[in-house]
Design a protein around this ligand. Structure first.
Ligand code: APR
Ligand code: PHB
Length: 397
């Protein structure tokens, strides 16, 4: 049995855990990151891909945006599609800001490389991870790794282990209030070896269901189709996927997505989920461990970054000035941004998807809302401001 000591034990090496570890290091605070998966798995898992302006600024400020600045694709707007017509929402013109398309796994790669270059303690392929005495002043994490049991003793634990992690579940029943909504559809996503044939993302409303045209690099396209939550991916041959994409993304000017070899395909369910508060004893939750948004608003990774920005600041105040105010306020500070992102993601989702059970009234109302968005600068500015990301210290609600 081994034993390690650290100030902050971080569970999970996703965007939240890795950026937190890096920000703490920059403030002279020691952490150990414990991750069940291998480094290769974390670096290769294809997930989100849009960084808010706010997130890019945060990563730049933390000195980990060198490759992002070189390879990230700057997008000054998105397009919304209805009845085969596209309408551009010009973010740069409406807000002065852009978003950056850069895969989550690229951010993860950059952060891992940087943590290791700074001699960070990242432990991959941990077997069983469990949290102990989280409501005491000296919690610890029990880890089985390479057939050995290790005790990681810490002042605080950061639960950055995603939606299916153990942190939330380690707290007693009643520790959190849960807010949850499951949507009656999912996204079938593909990664295709095809040069993007549009410069920006296209969110298409269609009778047969929503479709999204996105990208990852000048060589790789990312596309999504709304499908049933119980859809069987084996029933979707490559031909069927392309045919459905062509139908839903068809534009009156003749534009269509360029086809390419499908490198990866998968189905993701859609839910909105929040726990309150983001703290139990000495455990602080951040990222997907605390909240899930449907991907339509592209907020998941960005919210994770905002959480750890606040957590790092709070821990810094604690260690530097013995000031616990920010730690006490951590949950409320994050929840304001989280609920605004929940509202925005729910709204984008409701606006663009086909709902099986909707009444003719709801259908007409949805189409009216889309047309309003396409014709009103005020409405478009609302979308743009939320999509590019509100300032980190902004107070809403
Ligand atoms: N012990 C240690 N690590 C764990 C455990 C566990 N018991 N359970 C899960 N993990 C790891 C996962 O393997 C994963 O690497 O925690 C990490 C959590 O990472 P993410 O799921 O990426 O969550 P987060 O860092 O909060 O980032 C949020 O992920 O789902 C996307 O859209 C979302 O982009 C957003 C981002
Ligand atoms: C993606 O490229 O994966 C992506 C883009 C925008 C979204 C969701 C996902 O809203």
């Amino acid at each position: 049995m081994g034993s390690s000591e650290t100030q902050v034990g971080i569970v999970g090496a996703g965007p939240a855990g890795l950026l937190l570890s890096h920000l703490l290091h920059q403030n002279g605070i020691h952490s150990i990151v414990l991750e069940v998966r291998s480094r290769a798995y974390c670096e290769e898992r294809v997930r989100a891909g849009v960084l808010e302006y706010t997130s890019v600024e945060l990563l730049r400020g933390a000195g980990v945006a060198e490759r992002l600045d070189r390879e990230g694709l700057l997008h000054g707007g998105i397009e919304l599609g209805l009845d085969g017509e596209r309408h551009r929402i010009p973010f740069a013109e409406l807000t002065g800001k852009c978003v950056t398309v850069y895969g989550q796994q690229e951010v993860v790669r950059d952060l891992i490389r940087r943590r290791l270059a700074d001699n960070g303690d990242l432990r991959f392929e941990c077997g069983d991870v469990s949290l102990q005495q989280i409501d005491s002043g000296r919690p610890w994490i029990r880890v089985e790794r390479d057939g050995q049991v290790d005790e990681v003793r810490c002042d605080f634990i950061a639960g950055c282990d995603g939606f299916h992690g153990i942190s939330r579940a380690s707290c007693p029943p009643g520790a959190f209030e849960i807010f949850d909504r499951v949507y009656p559809f999912a996204w079938l996503g593909i990664l295709a070896e095809a040069a993007p044939s549009r410069d920006e993302l296209l969110y298409m409303h269609h009778e047969r269901g929503f479709a999204l045209y996105s990208m990852r690099s000048p060589q790789i396209t990312r596309l999504y189709l709304q499908c049933a939550p119980e859809e069987n991916i084996d029933k979707w041959s490559d031909d069927r996927i392309w045919s459905e994409l062509h139908t839903r993304l068809a534009c009156s000017d003749g534009w269509k997505p360029t086809e390419g070899r499908i490198l990866q395909k998968g189905i993701t369910g859609m839910r909105s989920f929040v726990v309150e508060p983001l703290q139990y004893g000495r455990l602080f939750l951040a990222g997907d461990a605390a909240h899930i948004v449907p991907p339509t608003g592209a907020k998941g990774m960005n919210l994770a970054f905002a959480d750890v920005h606040h957590l790092a600041k709070a821990l810094h105040a604690f260690y530097r000035k013995a000031d616990e105010t920010r730690l006490r306020e951590y949950s409320n500070t994050c929840l304001q941004r989280i609920w605004n992102a929940q509202r925005f993601s729910w709204w984008m989702t409701s606006l663009l998807h086909r709902f099986e059970q909707e009444s003719p009234f709801d259908r007409r109302r949805q189409l009216a809302e889309l047309r309003y968005l396409m014709s009103s600068r005020a409405a478009a500015t609302d979308l743009a401001e939320n999509y590019v990301g509100l300032p980190l210290e902004a107070c809403i609600g």
